[in-house]
Design a protein. Structure first.
Lengths: 542, 378
């Protein structure tokens, strides 16, 4: 008799941990992306707590100069490359196939490989701490400093940093190809490009950015590796190299990387605001074009990180940097007019989304100061820039991640997170965040440079630094209700049902969590809100 | 705020309202701090405003900051106001299951909020470009030329002749008693920046200006300290991560009246050259000729007398390539007993070498360890 049932031994073998470690299911891989990213988020967060403790008062109290340089370099590297970029890729991994009505990613095995490169790459980055010193030349690792010449201050950790980042970059490239093929080839019948959820659009544009930019930084990293280990002369001016070349190549990737870090978060915000306003996204097509515009302009602004080098054609990069504010502004107005005359339910995902709007607004406006080149001469490489970048990457991306986490947790686990605890986390995180980073604007204007372990008490920076440190520990405290909420809700959270938020898109048309093949059947797709059409009838939305 | 019927606030409402209040407080603080300096006696913390500029160029940058700040504050208040208003006004009432109007967009509104911001940013660009042209200059004939040389982890200031070719005096102490870079207030100073090793940045907060000091590249900019600021000292600091001593790369700028500056510089020059320099090749001195071409020394071996000072005339013929001559005991990797100044060719330097004991030595280029030769001292 023919049967497809596995023998009992085989099915037992394929359960539990083994099933997770060998899975090619995009949903399990997506969840592993989230878990891995949060682990590295906590590691990099602990590093920066030491940094903030050190800066609370003048004098060196906790670490040496060398350790301090390792801590802030690795904080930024890990946060950017092993937390923000991968966690957004994780959300995309989980949600995109569901949103377009596909059973999985186009290349499930490559998808698993992309994921497994991340814990490996992240571990390589951190290994420096136990092999005589992690990378300590900043996350930018400008040569000649990062080339260990002429002062032997940077050890083998810098090589581990290079190898780790090349691995993580390869993971990103494979992921980008996978997303592009999935989005172009695996959409359900009726899902035309302009009926795709905005999150899918932002992942599409992000994948194009990753695909075009990541090979460029990989080349910079490999040149740095050759210079360091085989006596190359790409970036060493004493043997005919040019340190500015590295900066151009590095930022040609690393500025678009800012959009890699924020576009998918914008995509999640654009899913959340309509759901909790009970309205469609205002100006869907304008939003799509603005996203594509940011992606295109994003490749022409890299040298605004180099205004003070004296090696940049300043007016061009100034103009392009100002111009990129326009599509970003279009999005901001689209979001606000999605809320406008809506019926808002202030659940935790919406609170974090509103936090995103307000904090990203400040981060974006800060950008206009740096685009004005002479003002950037004053602000560059001071704490003002530290403030600006955290308003974009923490106030923007991390608030977006939290909004997405509260929004998608019920779909991923079948259980709701606790609303009251969620709101407590939001209030702690929002106030801690502003307490940390708002004073840094003033520190930077008052002349405090980045990346210094200590400062004179005569400089007048004491109080603001103390405020920032208190804020930093408040952010850390906000992680306690977060973790508590996750652990308790996983065990005893309220059952979510298929569609707890009355949402619009296909992922809510299947069970929570969805079956391995995602859908038993798909609703008709006649607009960008198939579930809304199903619930209210197709004419209600028009 | 809302004109709709009141309902009993839920715990969620209280939390939300406090978050909203926090944002309003932030907005208010942002505006207030910008106009309300809270700086201490010695610090320059002036809220959301840069310190008062002490150079002509810095004052123009501060004016530009004011324009950008006002536009930014207006946009922030407008947009944040819209967000807060939407949250307060458009709350869903408990039990309200009706849908709001399903507005998909408005072409006119979208056109307006594309075009108006475009005009604003292009306007800001034009204004900042004008300021840039005024502040980022290098005059052909500045009144004073100074060269700042940065290295891990100190600054050195060379006072140059009017043609910029000769070093009149080198201030090797960057801060503290008797140190610091003295500049004439009211005169245009052209500062040239060179690095001996990694990238540094010359940053004086009260200039509202910084410029990177990039190895292999000569950066320069002009500044003119206000005549009224003569007698003041300004704090400066390296602003580009340069290693473990980054934070100690401090320096001071002393603004002197032009008369005081001239007197100071003359005194320093006289002090540095108490007697005329000795003749190039003295009575008993030996002069060795070394030249470098195509990243190699032309001489394979040299001989020098033991126990007597001698000179090396080093001719670096490699255009744009830095070389020097250093002497190591026994082997090229041995203990360094002399290190000549590194400079780019084509150029010549004369090194004075202190007496050496008899024995075998190697001469090498510090920059290119493959460039070696032998030196016999007997």
């Amino acid at each position: 008799m023919a049967t497809t049932t596995l023998t009992p031994a085989a099915s037992a073998y394929r359960s539990g941990l083994y099933a997770w470690l060998t899975t090619t299911d995009h949903k399990k891989i997506g969840i592993m992306y989230l878990i891995n990213s949060f682990v590295f988020f906590f590691i990099a967060g602990l590093m920066v707590l030491v940094v903030r403790a050190e800066l609370a008062q003048p004098g060196l109290q906790f670490v040496t100069d060398a350790t301090y340089n390792e801590l802030f370099s690795m904080h930024a590297t890990v946060m950017i490359f092993v937390f923000i970029i991968p966690i957004l890729a994780g959300f995309a991994n989980y949600v995109v196939p569901l949103q377009i009505g596909a059973p999985d990613m186009a290349f499930p095995r490559i998808n698993a490989m992309s994921f497994w490169m991340l814990p490996l790459g992240g571990t390589l980055l951190l290994l420096g701490f136990v092999t005589g010193g992690a990378a300590a030349a900043g996350w930018t690792s400008y040569p000649p400093l990062s080339e260990d010449r002429p002062l032997a201050a940077i050890g083998s950790g810098q090589d581990l940093w290079i190898v780790g980042l090349v691995l993580i970059g390869t993971s990103s490239i494979l992921g980008a190809i996978n997303f592009l093929v999935t989005i172009f080839k695996m959409r359900a019948p009726g899902m035309t490009l302009f009926r795709m959820p905005i999150l899918v659009w932002t992942v599409l544009v992000t994948s194009v950015l990753v695909l075009m930019a990541t090979p460029v930084i990989t080349s910079a990293l490999i040149m740095l590796f050759i210079d360091r280990n085989y006596g190359g002369s790409f970036f060493d001016p004493r043997v005919g190299g040019d340190p500015i070349l590295y900066q151009n190549v590095f930022w040609f990737y690393s500025h678009p990387a800012v959009y890699v870090m924020v576009l998918p978060a914008m995509g999640m915000i654009s899913e959340i605001l309509p759901v909790f306003s009970r309205k469609p996204l205002f100006g869907y097509k304008a939003f799509v074009f603005a996203t594509a515009g940011i992606g295109a302009l994003g490749f022409s602004v890299w040298a605004h990180h180099m205004f003070t080098t004296g090696a940049v054609y300043l007016p061009f990069f100034s103009l392009m940097t100002f111009l990129i504010a326009v599509p970003t502004g279009v999005k901001m107005f689209n979001w606000i007019f999605t809320l406008w005359r809506g019926k808002l339910t202030l659940a935790t995902p919406l609170l974090f989304a509103l936090g995103f709007l307000s904090m990203f607004l400040i981060g974006g406006i800060d950008g206009a100061f740096s685009a004005a080149v002479p003002v950037d001469f004053a602000l560059h490489d001071t704490y003002w820039v530290v403030s600006h970048l955290h308003y974009v990457l923490f106030g923007g991306s991390v608030f977006g991640v939290m909004a997405g986490f509260y929004f998608y947790f019920p779909k991923m686990t079948g259980r709701m997170l606790n609303e009251t605890v969620g709101k407590l986390q939001f209030v702690l995180m929002c106030s801690g965040f502003n307490l940390t980073f708002f004073p840094m604007h003033e520190l930077g204007l008052a002349g405090m440079p980045r990346r210094i372990a200590d400062y004179s008490s005569a400089a007048g920076w004491n109080d603001l630094n103390m405020l920032a440190t208190i804020g930093g520990f408040t952010i850390a405290a906000s992680m306690i209700p977060f973790l508590w909420n996750v652990f308790v809700s996983l065990r005893s959270g309220k059952p979510a049902g298929d569609d707890p938020w009355e949402a619009n898109t296909l992922e809510w048309a299947t069970s929570s969590p969805p079956p391995p093949y995602n859908f038993d059947h798909l609703p008709e797709i006649r607009s960008e809100r198939p579930l809304f059409d199903l619930r209210h009838g197709r004419t209600a939305g028009h | 705020m809302s004109s709709s019927p009141r309902t009993r606030p839920t715990p969620g409402t209280v939390v939300t309202v406090s978050a909203v209040l926090l944002l309003i407080a932030l907005a208010a603080a942002a505006v207030a701090l910008g106009f309300d300096p809270l700086g201490g006696a010695q610090g320059f913390v002036t809220g959301l405003y840069p310190p008062v500029a002490v150079t002509e160029q810095g004052a123009r940058i501060r004016d530009l900051y004011t324009i950008v700040f006002l536009v930014a504050a207006a946009i922030f208040l407008l947009v944040e106001g819209l967000i807060i208003w939407s949250v307060i006004r458009y709350r869903r009432k408990p039990g309200d299951d009706t849908l709001p109007a399903q507005t998909h967009g408005n072409n006119l509104a979208e056109l307006v909020w594309t075009i108006v911001p475009s005009l604003i940013v292009v306007g800001l660009f034009v204004v900042s470009w004008q300021t840039l042209n005024a502040v980022d200059t290098a005059a052909a004939d500045p009144e004073t030329r100074i060269r700042a040389v940065a290295g891990q982890f100190q600054w050195q200031f060379d006072y140059l002749s009017d043609d910029g070719q000769t070093v009149l005096y080198t201030q090797s102490q960057a801060a503290g008693e008797g140190g610091g870079m003295a500049v004439p207030a009211g005169r245009t100073v052209q500062l040239t920046l060179t690095s001996q090793d990694v990238i540094h940045a010359f940053y004086v907060p009260q200039f509202l200006f910084k410029r990177d000091v990039v190895p292999g590249r000569v950066n320069q900019f002009d500044f003119k300290v206000n005549a009224s600021d003569a007698g003041q000292t300004f704090r400066g600091q390296c602003a580009e991560l340069c290693g473990t001593g980054h934070r100690i790369m401090l320096f001071e700028v002393h603004a002197l009246s032009p008369a005081d500056f001239d007197a100071w510089l003359d005194a320093k020059i006289a002090e540095a050259n108490p007697t005329p320099p000795p003749p190039p090749s003295g009575e008993a001195g030996v002069t060795l000729e070394v030249s470098a071409l195509n990243v190699a020394f032309e001489q394979a071996s040299l001989t020098a007398p033991a126990g007597a000072p001698f000179q090396i005339v080093f001719d670096n013929q490699d255009s744009g390539v830095p070389h020097n001559v250093a002497i190591h005991k026994d082997l090229p990797t041995g203990e360094e007993v002399f290190k000549g100044e590194i400079f780019s060719g084509p150029d010549k330097r004369t090194y004075d070498v202190a007496p050496l004991e008899a024995g075998a030595y190697a001469f090498v280029c510090t920059v290119h360890p493959t460039m070696t030769g032998t030196l016999t001292v007997e």
